[in-house]
Write a protein that binds this ligand. Structure first.
Ligand SMILES: *Cc1c(COP(=O)(O)O)cnc(C)c1O
Length: 462
């Protein structure tokens, strides 16, 4: 399986190099040259299998000869062994025809664990085999950072640096990043917002001297392996509601467009998905773009769903690449325009996007009201991100097709917002009950490329 860049000029890579590289050298994101598909019979045969066996069958066509079948099965088994629920991604019913896919039973209580635990195992296997060392640098709006630290802490051949926006993540999110004691873990609190953090990570990838000197590797959802891991739960949930005989729709709380793009891949692989609904908070650039064709960032307004406080949505580039008929030059042109303030999607591409995606937004008040109402009507405590999804799903739902809304984080990660809405303070699970007693270790940095690069060179192990 070959991987190509969305900007058309980076070298074609195999799966292992795509995973270890992250961002393409032309600034683009990697995608498979051809998207493999499963037959109707193969999809039907997933019914009743374990999450791990489904993961193996769904991801196997993408990885080429990166791992033997036995090695890949071992990687998947270790990745999900630390989850707190036998089903890994259980489905809960909220109302007639409306279901919630609980993706928060992993070690750091957000859906990011599905991908990060898997790529932690894949990195380890690949690096041990090659005798290579890497420096992982990631930007986080809160959940990617803790999931990456959990997946890579204590590994001999990896140093991890996580950039998060100072003062803009929840206290649980921050403590999950600042309390691990392993020497290879470094939490950096950046003066700025998530878009600044993500921009500095991209700058480091485009600074080839630095990139090659430190062996830079990326685990943001610019890394295709992250997106791939998320394809699996679209299949397992749809199959448990009757796919492939019956179609389903999904609503996805969206920031960087990685999770919903995994849904698009599942659809392209043959899963009968009717609609994919993008749900945004008040930072609604994706909803505005799908409504008006205009993609113009206008600054992030901090919200109670901080993991979606994003205006420069990096995986949207993958969706644009598909919508423009895989024209890398056209995508490169749009990304140049974005640097200068924004771009307009062509009519043809907008139509292609709308054939796949719907969109909606939830205000702060609507989000709080949804948390309160769902607690009353179902007993389910929603995190604010999941509540954005539920609110938008209720508006967009077509009663003839089951709707699955992705619950992206555990309510205990955002206890203040949940308590304000419901009066109930969700407790942390037992394995992190002492989170507030552990000492924190964090470095404050300015939003300055040279300062951040210097710090990484000093701290990483040679
Ligand atoms: C990361 C995250 C999102 C957004 O996911 P994307 O893949 O960036 O669109 C939504 N909710 C939570 C809780 C998250 O951590």
């Amino acid at each position: 399986m070959n991987y190509i860049s969305t900007r058309g000029t980076a070298p074609v890579l195999d799966f292992e190099d795509t995973m270890l590289t992250g961002l393409a050298r032309d600034g683009g994101l990697y995608l498979p040259e051809a998207i493999p598909s499963l037959t109707t019979g193969e999809i039907a045969a997933l019914a009743g299998l374990s999450y791990e066996e489904c993961a193996f069958r769904i991801m196997r066509p993408f990885i080429g000869d990166a791992f033997t079948d036995d090695a890949f099965r071992g990687i998947i088994a270790r990745a999900y062994a630390g989850f707190n629920h036998a089903a890994r991604a259980p489905l809960v019913q909220l109302a007639p025809g409306h279901f919630l896919l609980e993706l928060f039973h992993g070690p750091t209580l957000a859906f990011k664990d599905f991908a990060m635990q898997l790529i932690g195992q894949m990195f380890q296997a690949a690096l041990e085999r090659n005798g290579q060392r890497v420096t992982i640098v990631g930007a986080t709006s809160g959940d990617t950072g803790s999931a990456a630290i959990e997946a890579f802490r204590g590994l001999d051949n990896v140093d991890v640096f996580i950039l998060f926006p100072h003062g803009r993540v929840s206290e649980v999110q921050r403590r999950q990043m600042t309390t691990p004691t392993e020497a290879n873990v470094h939490a950096l609190a950046v003066t700025g917002d998530f878009d600044d953090c993500q921009a500095r990570v991209k700058d480091m990838f485009n600074h080839f001297d630095f990139r090659d000197r430190v062996g830079l590797a990326g685990v943001n959802s610019i890394n295709f392996a992250r997106v791939l891991a998320q394809v699996v739960y679209y299949f397992t949930s749809a199959v448990s509601l009757g796919a492939p005989a019956r179609s389903v729709s999904f609503t996805v709380p969206t920031g960087n467009f990685g999770d919903i793009f995994a849904g698009y891949l599942a659809k392209r692989m043959g899963l009968p998905i009717d609609r994919l609904v993008v749900a945004t908070n008040q930072n609604d650039i994706l909803h505005r773009c799908l409504s008006s064709a205009e993609y113009r960032p206008d600054g992030v307004a901090p919200s109670i769903s901080p993991s979606m406080d994003i205006q420069v949505s990096s995986n949207f580039e993958r969706a644009l690449f598909e919508a423009y008929g895989r024209d890398g030059a056209a995508v490169a042109q749009l990304m140049d325009e974005l640097k200068a303030g924004g771009f307009s999607v062509s009519q043809g591409a907008l139509q292609a996007l709308r054939e796949v995606y719907d969109s909606g937004r939830a205000s702060e008040d609507e989000t709080r009201a949804t948390i309160a109402r769902l607690q009353r009507t179902t007993g389910e405590l929603l995190c604010p991100h999941s509540a954005v999804g539920v609110k938008v799903a209720e508006e967009m739902r077509d009663p003839s097709t089951p709707m699955i809304t992705l619950a992206t984080a555990h309510p205990a990660k955002f206890p203040d917002a949940v308590e304000e809405a419901t009066g109930i303070r969700p407790p942390l699970p037992a394995h992190m009950a002492d989170l507030f007693d552990r000492p924190e270790r964090v470095t404050r940095v300015e939003n300055d490329l040279t300062e951040i690069e210097t710090l990484i060179e000093e701290r990483r192990r040679p």
